[in-house]
Design a binder for this molecule. Structure first.
Ligand code: ATP
Length: 316
């Protein structure tokens, strides 16, 4: 795809390309090809609007980014990363699909798969917490999505319930790849060597889910996503993340000291799993292959098609 190297931000905003799916090359779309409906939400640099393809009548979520604002705020890099990662991760059912991108004089448009059931965070807030069947099921879907990203050389770096959306059938869709890290590139592309390591020059992610190694060593590799995964599993059942304080500094203190506790009644099996994930040393943190074998997830069939084609448990 005619994308500039991710670490070369001198080249301006991304070139519009049809995304890789559907497999027959799609004609270039434009804003006029869609009927724009209600706003689905606002980000710091974007507005997401529900839209219908005038021809196919298929519904999408179109993320509209203001070019002037992105350039002024020096966020071009993040737009490139978001686009490139979504293109690379285009064929996993648990990762938001990017169908088309295009631009006009003012805006960039990302035509995304729509997630009509909102964020996992809202669901947890609405219900207070998830029951064990849902925690196990959504925990399995999230783990499978993370495993896939990592297999494609992508570290998400901002896994949290706000970035986990729900599709019409209540399966999860991981989104928000703007702060992702691409750690290995396909052969033949000349990417700069410094982009291959996992040192983070500045804090990325969200305070409550940030890994201890990022705070103490400015390093966030694949295991940082596993740390955040442990925080999300805890939050599904406890209703709040394990490390939360009045301000970011105090939250960071709790994280580096591994200071957290389980609310009364927190299930023993899940406690055992989380204890092995929320481990300060990333080398000692339970890897995905072992998490999949843990007793808490023993009811899960890890065959990808079987997992994503099964019906999620009813929300209680
Ligand atoms: P920020 O850029 O500040 O980190 P953000 O990542 O939430 O914020 P957007 O990705 O622009 O910003 O999303 C804005 C809102 O739109 C969010 O509330 C999100 O839940 C919603 N949204 C994003 N993508 C979709 C989608 N594909 N389907 C439905 N809603 C979406």
């Amino acid at each position: 795809l005619p994308l500039p190297p991710v670490d070369d931000y001198s080249g301006g905003l991304p070139t519009p390309v049809p995304a890789p799916r559907p497999s027959n090359p799609a004609p270039q779309k434009q804003a006029q090809d869609f009927n724009f409906g209600k706003s689905l939400g606002e980000g710091s640099y974007s507005t997401v609007i529900a839209a219908t393809d005038r021809q196919s009548l298929k519904e999408y979520a179109i993320k509209v980014l203001d070019k002037h604002h992105i350039t002024k705020e020096k966020k071009v890099k993040y737009v490139h990363i978001e686009k490139e990662t979504l293109v690379r991760l285009g064929d996993h059912p648990g990762i938001i699909q990017l169908y088309y991108t295009f631009q006009d004089a003012q805006s960039l448009y990302f035509v995304l798969e729509i997630a009509p059931n909102g964020e996992l965070l809202s669901l947890i807030k609405r219900l207070g917490s998830l029951d064990l069947a849902c925690t196990c099921y959504y925990g399995a879907e999230l783990l499978d999505a993370i495993e896939y990203m990592h297999s494609k050389g992508i570290i998400h770096r901002d896994i949290k319930p706000e970035n986990i959306l729900l599709n019409k059938d209540m399966h999860i869709l991981v989104t928000d790849f703007g702060t992702a890290k691409i750690i290995d590139y396909p052969e033949g592309l000349d990417y700069s060597p410094e982009s291959q390591d996992c040192r983070a020059k500045s804090f990325v992610g969200t305070a409550e889910y940030v890994s201890p190694e990022l705070l103490t060593q400015k390093y966030a590799g694949k295991m940082a996503d596993i740390w955040a995964y442990g925080c999300v599993l805890y939050q599904m059942v406890a209703g709040r993340p394990p490390f939360k304080a009045a301000n970011e500094y105090q939250t960071f203190q709790k994280i580096v000291k591994l200071r957290f506790s389980y609310p009364p009644g927190f299930p023993i099996g899940l406690r055992d799993l989380i204890k092995q994930i929320l481990v300060l040393d990333p080398a000692k943190r339970l890897p995905i292959s072992k998490i999949k074998q843990h007793q808490f997830l023993s009811s899960i069939s890890w065959d990808r098609d079987a997992l994503w084609n099964s019906t999620p448990p009813k929300l209680a």
